[in-house]
Design a protein around this ligand. Structure first.
Ligand SMILES: Nc1ncnc2c1ncn2[C@@H]1O[C@H](COP(=O)(O)OP(=O)(O)OP(=O)(O)O)[C@@H](O)[C@H]1O
Ligand SMILES: [Mg+2]
Length: 267
């Protein structure tokens, strides 16, 4: 990186952006070759570390590509002047940064797959390559479903139903998938007009992680807060932990509730 530093900033960033775009484009072409997606349509969303692009699949359905960008591309732009003087930055090569986002992408794909297999309502994962993750598009025609936080509790047709569906997903995530989402809140839940979809699985951790319970407690609190705290957070947290450590049989009833020792969580 050092050799660009003597040149004009704009040249430096252009070279960097071009390189990353070419790299990302090659990953998308790979996903097309693997028949994960067929056609790339255009941007549909923007996260802090990722851009979301709409694509079409061979069967005519839509997918989204979540494209992870090395943070420094934007980070560097705003803080270029600070970083220039920082000796630690000198060692961080673009290849290391790409490696980091690829690890993140692989992790999100793995978590999403586990959650999906456990019956949590998440976008179906289709595949990934390098820094590009392909998953089911949640929306109508080409419009993405809104976030629960943007819809607001007062605008839900059936808030109790939505709460129960989030609760089922939360419990299946912990008990069946053995995961804690870690960033669960109405900012990471899409609402399709009827049901909630849990997204953004990059920060999920496996049970046994040193901060498992801290994250679980936070996820529980944020969810309950949105729904007006229908149950005390401590009570729900305790129930989840108990049910997660249950050694016996776990079933799913015909309404999608987990039966742990024959009982639903709210019984
Ligand atoms: N499967 C999907 N279908 C439709 N829209 C989606 C899908 N996944 C993500 N989005 C949209 O893209 C936005 C960003 O997605 P996501 O939260 O996964 O990205 P992020 O960069 O990790 O987010 P954050 O800004 O929370 O760090 C979401 O808020 C949502 O509006
Ligand atoms: Mg998000």
């Amino acid at each position: 990186m050092g050799r660009f530093r003597s040149e004009k900033d704009s040249d430096y960033f252009k070279v960097l952006d071009d390189a990353i775009n070419a790299y990302t484009w090659a990953a998308i072409v790979k996903l097309q070759e693997k028949k994960v997606v067929e056609e790339v349509l255009g941007p549909v969303g923007q996260g802090k570390e990722a851009k979301l692009v709409l694509a079409k699949r061979g069967d005519g359905t839509y997918a989204v590509l979540k494209i992870f960008y090395p943070v420094p591309v934007r980070f560097v732009k705003s803080r270029y002047s600070y970083l220039l003087g920082d000796p630690r930055f000198r060692g961080l090569k673009i290849s290391d940064q790409l490696h980091l986002v690829e690890t993140w992408c692989r992790k999100e794909f793995g978590n999403l797959s586990r959650a999906h297999s456990a019956g949590v309502r998440v976008p179906k994962p289709y595949g990934f390559y390098r820094n590009v993750l392909a998953m089911q598009f949640i929306g109508v025609d080409r419009s993405p479903a809104p976030l629960l936080v943007d819809v607001g509790l007062e605008n839900l047709e059936d808030p109790d139903h939505v709460f129960y569906e989030v609760l089922k997903s939360l419990e299946k995530t912990y008990v069946l998938a053995g995961l804690v989402h870690g960033d669960l809140s109405p900012f990471n839940i899409l609402y399709d007009g009827e049901n909630p979809w849990i997204i953004d699985w990059g920060s999920a951790v496996r049970r046994g992680h040193p901060r498992e319970l801290e994250y679980l407690r936070r996820d529980v609190e944020r969810v309950l807060e949105f729904f007006g705290t229908p149950i005390p957070p401590q009570e729900l947290f305790k129930k989840l932990v108990e049910r997660g450590t249950w050694q016996g049989r776990v079933d799913v009833d015909n309404e999608g509730w987990l039966l742990v020792g024959g009982r639903r969580i709210l019984e």
